[in-house]
Design a protein around this ligand. Structure first.
Ligand code: MRU
Length: 350
């Protein structure tokens, strides 16, 4: 399952706003349409929006090959894509990779640059799936046969180019022959857990039980959860984890009940340039996401609303960061910069 396809010169994205009720694919032909699709959550999830943005840069180059202002237009396109959503660092990571490629090809023709950007986007798409499998392999070793695992939001195939990070860990455990029971938090207000995680796991025949977000503490207190595995939009240099709103609450509850709290974190999601979670811009989304859903409004007209889309889980609450290069146990006590340099991965992600 991949939420992203490239066919006949067009980028196709499955519209995640209407899943699972409808399966509709939306086409993007240039950077503006691609940035709109990212901002409006047609496509969402940190790795997926990174790969999508890389395609957006390539599409813009393809339509601009005869534009005398090619370079300026490409700079504007990159800025627009990077600004589509502020929190997930993968967006910046992917666009900067494309900008680096353009810089390296400064003397090439515009059509050569466009072809190379498209090739690079295809490469990121394929690499993301491969790295998720490696990440899943490392992560599944942390889960026992019979484990009951809670996840929050959707860090699955739908949030990546395929396979998933947190759900990739669960898939890998099942592929290794372990029996898992997964609990999916509903994930208010956008309902990624109810609409996407529950659907994705059911498609794969993985046992999943849907709960509302406020039920997680009760299940933990009754000894019904053995481990938590979530994804992330950005892990800062000190190991703080920025992820979907509500993740912090889950992590605090997990610590209270002595349950391990794992974060699936591809290297492209590590932001060593940012010191702590407090320095990360947290996206605030529209009030309509909180006051109702799908045309139904349940809050009084005019009520004041806050809608931060992400929160910060301090590193001290994280039992392990699961990466494609291995697991970093208790990241609060680890120098992440040094760790990644030791993996030979630093140049790749910075
Ligand atoms: O607002 P979203 O749906 O883009 O938020 C997604 C998440 O918070 C995911 O947990 C995160 O991006 C990791 S996806 C592998």
């Amino acid at each position: 399952m991949s939420p992203i396809r490239f066919e006949q010169g067009r980028l196709l994205l499955i519209d995640q706003r209407v899943l699972p009720a409808q399966q509709v694919w939306i086409a993007c032909a240039n950077a503006v349409e691609t940035a709109d699709a990212i901002r409006d959550m047609v496509v969402r999830g940190a790795p997926a929006i990174g790969v999508t943005a890389a395609y957006g840069v390539a599409l813009e180059a393809c339509v601009a090959v005869h534009d005398p202002a090619f370079s300026r237009r490409m700079q504007q396109a990159c800025r627009r894509l990077m600004d589509a959503r502020p929190t997930a660092v993968n967006l910046r990571w992917a666009v900067e990779k494309q900008q680096g490629l353009m810089q390296a090809m400064a003397t090439a023709s515009t059509s050569e640059i466009a072809a190379a950007l498209l090739q690079a986007a295809h490469g990121m798409h394929a690499d993301d799936i491969a790295l998720n499998r490696r990440l899943g392999f490392h992560g599944q070793a942390l889960l026992a046969d019979g484990a009951r695992v809670l996840t929050h939001c959707n860090a699955g195939a739908l949030a990546c180019a395929g396979y998933g990070t947190a759900l990739g860990v669960l898939r890998a455990a099942v592929e290794a022959g372990k029996r898992l029971s997964v609990f999916a938090d509903e994930t208010r207000p956008f309902l990624q857990g109810a609409r996407l995680t529950a659907w994705e796991l059911m498609q794969d025949g993985i046992d999943v039980t849907l709960i509302t977000d406020n039920m997680a503490g009760h299940l933990m207190s009754r000894g019904e959860i053995d481990a938590i595995v979530v994804g992330t939009d950005r892990v800062t240099a000190n190991g703080d984890v920025v992820n979907k709103i509500g993740t912090y609450m889950v992590a605090v509850l997990a610590r209270r009940h002595g349950i391990p709290f794992y974060v699936a974190c591809p290297l492209s999601t590590l932001d060593l340039r940012t010191a702590t979670g407090a320095d990360v811009p947290i996206e605030e989304r529209s009030a309509q996401e909180v006051t109702g859903h799908a045309g139904v409004v349940w809050a009084p007209a005019g009520v004041k609303v806050r809608n931060p889309a992400f929160d910060v889980t301090p590193a001290e609450l994280v039992s392990g960061l699961i990466t494609e290069a291995g697991v970093i146990h208790e990241p609060a006590g680890v120098d992440l910069k040094q760790w990644f340099e030791a993996q030979g991965a630093h140049g790749e992600q910075q």
